[in-house]
Design a protein around this ligand. Structure first.
Ligand code: SF4
Length: 825
C-alpha cells in the first residue's frame, strides 16, 4: 500500500508526522481511542495503533494504513481495558514498513510501558547513539523508542521523576503520551511546538493532539497541556505537574503551520480557533494584495477558510471553483508522472460556472515544492477564467522543519531557490502574492491577545524565516552566521554573577574570626588560632553526596544537599579529634540557575554553621552538555586542626572498651544506588508515597540531611578520654569500624540496642535485601561510633545526650581479628 508521497496535491504541502491520543474511560478505552484516531487521521495516514492496559498487561494492535483499515473485524476484542493510548503516523519509510508504527511497548524493570509521540527530536540521533553504546537495541527509526528507552533508564526515580529526567535530555519538538498500568502521562516540550490538549467529560479523561479528537469522544472541559508540563491522567482524575523544563522560561514556539494547514479547522490550539486564524490570514492577505477580480476560488480543502476570509475582507464574492473527489481510493495513484497527473485531474476538477469568463483569485494555504500550482492554474484557465491571480495565505516556505514536519530538503523548497516572479512564471499565474510574515503575525497576534488567558504566545516560524527557536543555528543549515558568544555555547556569565550575589549572605553567616578577606578572592584566606596547641596538625577531608543527588533532582529540592556535602567531610575530619576550621565547595552543573545554586550553597552554609567552620571558598562550574540541564554534582573539602598529642587514632583501644553509637538521621549519604533501586524501581514507590511503616513521604525521608556530629563529639572529647571514633559512611557498619581497631581487637555490636529508622526495613522488605548486605551498605541507624573505657561509658553517653544526641552503649571491644560481629541480627 503506497500513497503518502504520491498524492500529488498533498506532496506540495508540508506533512504533519503524527497524532496521539490517550483515554482513561469508564469503559472500552480502545473504542474511545479509535474515534480519537479517526478524528486525527489528517495528521498521518501511514499507520495506526492502539495500546490498552487490560488490568495486568499492555496489549497492542497496530499496522499500516488508516485507523479504519487497521481496526477492522475483531480488533477491539483484542484490546479490552479502560486505559489506552493510540497513534496515527505519517512516515517517510518504505512501503509496508510497519516498524515505525506506534505505540511502542517497552518491558523494563518496573513492568510494561507504552509510548506514542508526535514531533521530532533534534538530538534524536545523538541520544540513539549514546543509548546504543549502553546496549539499547532499537527496532525502528522512531524517536518514540528513544523517549521510551530514556524513561525506562530512569525508572528508579518513579514515573514522573523518570519523565522529568528524560526531558532534560530531549531537545526539539515532542508531545508524547506514556501509559504505565492504568495511568497516562501526557508530556509537551518546553517550547510547545506541537499541540497537546487534555480534558474531561462524562465518560472519563482524555488527551489528544487536537481538540477536535476530544470533541469526538465527548470531552467537554479542555485545556492545552502546558509547555514543559506533565499531565498525569488516571481513573482518579487529572493532575498537572510543572517540571524543571517548564521552569526553563523557554519562549513559546507553537508551530504556525498548525494554524495554516495541519490542524483541522474545528480545532482550538492555545485558545485560538484554527478556522479563525485561517480567516484572519485570508483577510490580511486581501489587505496586502487586493486583486482586481470577479470571484475568489479556494483550493480545497485547506484553502477554503482563508479564501472566505479573503472574500469577506475584499468584498469579492466567494465561489466554489474547484471540486474535490472525496471517494477516490487512496491506493489508486501510482508512481509514474502520467498516473500522478491523472490522479490530480481525478482528485480536483474546476467548476466551469464559477470560472468561465471571470477574473479569478485562487487562494491556497501554502506552496512547498511548487509541483501543483501550474495544474491548478491550468484547470482554472481550461474552465474559462480570463485571469488567474494566485494568493497564498502563508509566507514562502524557505527552510526545512526540524520539529517533526516532513519537509523537502532546502533545494526542493521552491521559494528557497526561486524568486516570487520565477514561481509566478512557473505556475503560469498572472500575479502571485504570498502573505507576509509580518502580516501573518499581526493577524494571529490579534487573536492571541483576545484570549482570556493573558499568557504571552509566540510562534515557531522557522520554515519561513530560518529562526529556529531552540538553536543558535539550524544545525548549520539555515541561519545567517552571527558572532558567537560564551552565552551561545550555554555558559551564562551573568547568571553566575547573580548566583554569587544571591549566596553572599548565607556564606557570610559562616564566617568565624579566622576568616580574612571577603567573598570573591582567588583563594580563601584563613588565619587559624592555634593557641593552646603545642604541635598543631591539619586534618583534611573530601567527599561528595553521591546519587542522593538524583532524589534532589527528582524532588526539585536543593536546600539540604549542601548539608550532606559538609557532613560527609567534617565527620571524617572529626574522627581524628580535629575541630573543622574551614570548608570549600565545588559545584559542577549543566546549566547554571542562580536560584538553584544559591539554594545549594545555602545548605552548605547551614552545614558549616552546624559544624562551626567557615565557608571560605567555592567554585561553580557551568558545563553545558557535560551535565544535563538541571543536574549538578557537588563535592566538599574540609580542613581541621588537632594538637598532635591529642590525635585520636584507635591505637589505645583494647578488649573490654565500650562502643557508644550516635543515631543517624536516616540513610545519610550512602547506599543511594541500592536504596533507589529497591524503593523506586523494585517497589515502584513515588517520592510522594508513604510506604507502610514510615510516617512521612519517601522523598522527605530520602532527602533528610546527614547528621553532623562535630559539636557534641568535641564537647565529649573535652571531658572524657575518647579512644577511637568511626564515621559510618560508605561500607556501612561492616567496613568502617575496623578502620580504627588495633591488631587483635574486634568489635561486637548488639543490634537490638538501638532503634533503626523504618526506611532500612522498608528497603530490606521491598527488595529482599539480605541482612548482611544491609549492614555492609547502610549505617542501619548508627551514624558515628565512639569508643571509651568501660568506666567512662555512662558519663560519655550522658554528655552526648545532653548535647542533643540519641546516644547509647551498643557494643564492646572483644579479642579478634579486626572484624565487626553483629549480635541479634
Ligand atoms: Fe511548524 Fe515550520 Fe516551525 Fe516546523 S519549522 S514547527 S512546520 S513553523
Amino acid at each position: 500500500m503506497r500513497h503518502g508521497a504520491l498524492r500529488a496535491q498533498e506532496a506540495d504541502k508540508l506533512k504533519e508526522e503524527c497524532g496521539v491520543f490517550g483515554a482513561c474511560f469508564r469503559e472500552d478505552a480502545a473504542v474511545a481511542v479509535y474515534y480519537g484516531l479517526v478524528s486525527l487521521q489528517h495528521r498521518g495516514q501511514e499507520s495506526a495503533g492502539i495500546a490498552v492496559y487490560d488490568g495486568s498487561r499492555i496489549r497492542v494492535v497496530k499496522g499500516a494504513g488508516l485507523a479504519t483499515e487497521v481496526f477492522e473485524g475483531d480488533a477491539f476484542k483484542r484490546l479490552p481495558g479502560k486505559t489506552g493510548i493510540g497513534h496515527v503516523r505519517h512516515g517517510v519509510c518504505q512501503d509496508n514498513d510497519v516498524s515505525g508504527a506506534q505505540p511502542f511497548v517497552f518491558r523494563h524493570g518496573g513492568g510494561m510501558m507504552a509510548v506514542a509521540h508526535n514531533g521530532s527530536l533534534t538530538n534524536g540521533r545523538v541520544l540513539r547513539e549514546r543509548l546504543g553504546r549502553l546496549g539499547v537495541v532499537f527496532q525502528s527509526e522512531s524517536d518514540s523508542e528513544v523517549i521510551g528507552s530514556l524513561i525506562a533508564r530512569y525508572f528508579s526515580l518513579g514515573m514522573v521523576g523518570a519523565i522529568e529526567r528524560a526531558m532534560e535530555e530531549l531537545e526539539g519538538a515532542y508531545s508524547f503520551v506514556v501509559m504505565v498500568d492504568d495511568t497516562i502521562y501526557a508530556v509537551r516540550d518546553p517550547y510547545g511546538f506541537r499541540p497537546l490538549i487534555a480534558g474531561s467529560g462524562p465518560a472519563g479523561w482524555a488527551v489528544a493532539s487536537e481538540s477536535c479528537a476530544l470533541d469526538a469522544v465527548g470531552i467537554t472541559e479542555k485545556r492545552d497541556v502546558g509547555r514543559g508540563e506533565i499531565v498525569v491522567i488516571s481513573h482518579d482524575g487529572m493532575k498537572r505537574i510543572a517540571t524543571r523544563a517548564s521552569r526553563r522560561s523557554c519562549p513559546s514556539a507553537t508551530c504556525i503551520f498548525e494554524y495554516i494547514y495541519f490542524a483541522r479547522p474545528d480545532s482550538i490550539i492555545e485558545g485560538i480557533g484554527v478556522a479563525a486564524a485561517r480567516e484572519a490570514f485570508g483577510a490580511m492577505l486581501a489587505r496586502e494584495a487586493r486583486f482586481d477580480a470577479d470571484v475568489v476560488v479556494a483550493v480545497p480543502e485547506s484553502g477554503v477558510t482563508a479564501a472566505l476570509g479573503y472574500s469577506d475582507e475584499s468584498g469579492i464574492p466567494y465561489r466554489q471553483g474547484l471540486t474535490k473527489n472525496r471517494y477516490m481510493g487512496r491506493t489508486f495513484i501510482r508512481n509514474s508522472q502520467m498516473e500522478r497527473e491523472l490522479g490530480v485531474r481525478l482528485k480536483l476538477n474546476a467548476v466551469e460556472r464559477s470560472c468561465a469568463g471571470k477574473r479569478v483569485v485562487l487562494v491556497d494555504d501554502s506552496i512547498v515544492r511548487g509541483t501543483t500550482g501550474a495544474r491548478l492554474v491550468d484547470l482554472m484557465r481550461k474552465a474559462g477564467a480570463t485571469r488567474v491571480d494566485m494568493a497564498v495565505s502563508s509566507p514562502p516556505v524557505k527552510f526545512p522543519c526540524t520539529y517533526g514536519i516532513d519537509t523537502a530538503s532546502r533545494r526542493d523548497l521552491v521559494a528557497a531557490v526561486k524568486s516570487e516572479d520565477e514561481i509566478r512564471e512557473m505556475i503560469g499565474a498572472d500575479a502571485l502574492h504570498y502573505l507576509s510574515i509580518d502580516g501573518m503575525l499581526e493577524a494571529i497576534g490579534g487573536l492571541a491577545s483576545a484570549r482570556d488567558t493573558g499568557e504571552p504566545l509566540e510562534f515557531c516560524t522557522a520554515c519561513l524565516d530560518g529562526r529556529y527557536p531552540d538553536a543558535i543555528s539550524c544545525h548549520g543549515k539555515c541561519r545567517p552566521p552571527k558572532s558567537l558568544s560564551y552565552a551561545d555555547s550555554g555558559v551564562d556569565i551573568d547568571e553566575g554573577e547573580r548566583a554569587v550575589q544571591l549566596m553572599k549572605p548565607a556564606v557570610k553567616s559562616t564566617f568565624t574570626p579566622g576568616v580574612i578577606g571577603d567573598i570573591g578572592g582567588f583563594g580563601g584566606l584563613f588565619k587559624p588560632d592555634f593557641a593552646g596547641m603545642k604541635e598543631p596538625v591539619l586534618v583534611s577531608g573530601t567527599d561528595g553526596v553521591g546519587t542522593k543527588l538524583k532524589i534532589a533532582f527528582a524532588a526539585d529540592r536543593h536546600d539540604t544537599i549542601g548539608i550532606d556535602a559538609v557532613a560527609m567531610c567534617v565527620n571524617d575530619v572529626l574522627v581524628s579529634g580535629a575541630s573543622p576550621l574551614f570548608f570549600l565547595d565545588y559545584i559542577g552543573c549543566g546549566r547554571l540557575d542562580a536560584g538553584q545554586i544559591a539554594e545549594i550553597v545555602g545548605g552548605v552554609a547551614e552545614g558549616c554553621r552546624q559544624a562551626g567552620c567557615a565557608l571560605i571558598g567555592g567554585e561553580t562550574a557551568e558545563m553545558p552538555g557535560f551535565y544535563p540541564d538541571g543536574e549538578y554534582d557537588i563535592a566538599g573539602f574540609a580542613v581541621g586542626a588537632v594538637d598532635r598529642g591529642r590525635i585520636i587514632d584507635g591505637s589505645k583501644i583494647r578488649p573490654g572498651d565500650r562502643v557508644i553509637g550516635l543515631a543517624s538521621s536516616g540513610l545519610h549519604s550512602n547506599g543511594y544506588s541500592l536504596a533507589r533501586k529497591a524503593l523506586c524501581e523494585v517497589g515502584g514507590f513515588l517520592l510522594s508515597d508513604i510506604p507502610e511503616g514510615m510516617d512521612r513521604p519517601l522523598g522527605d525521608e530520602m532527602l533528610e540531611p546527614t547528621r553532623i556530629y562535630v559539636r557534641p563529639v568535641l564537647a565529649l572529647i573535652e571531658r572524657v578520654e575518647v579512644l577511637g571514633m568511626s564515621h559510618i559512611t560508605g561500607g556501612g557498619l561492616v567496613q568502617n569500624p575496623p578502620r580504627i581497631l588495633p591488631h587483635g581487637a574486634s568489635m561486637a555490636l548488639s543490634v537490638d540496642t538501638w532503634r533503626r529508622p523504618p526506611i532500612f526495613d522498608v528497603i530490606s522488605r521491598t527488595a529482599g535485601v539480605a541482612a548482611d548486605e544491609m549492614f555492609r551498605v547502610f549505617n542501619m541507624g548508627i551514624g558515628f561510633l565512639v569508643v571509651v573505657r568501660p568506666e567512662k561509658a555512662r558519663e560519655a553517653v550522658n554528655i552526648l545526650v545532653d548535647q542533643g544526641e540519641d546516644a547509647r552503649i551498643i557494643g564492646e571491644i572483644i579479642p579478634g581479628d579486626g572484624r565487626v560481629e553483629f549480635q541479634g541480627v
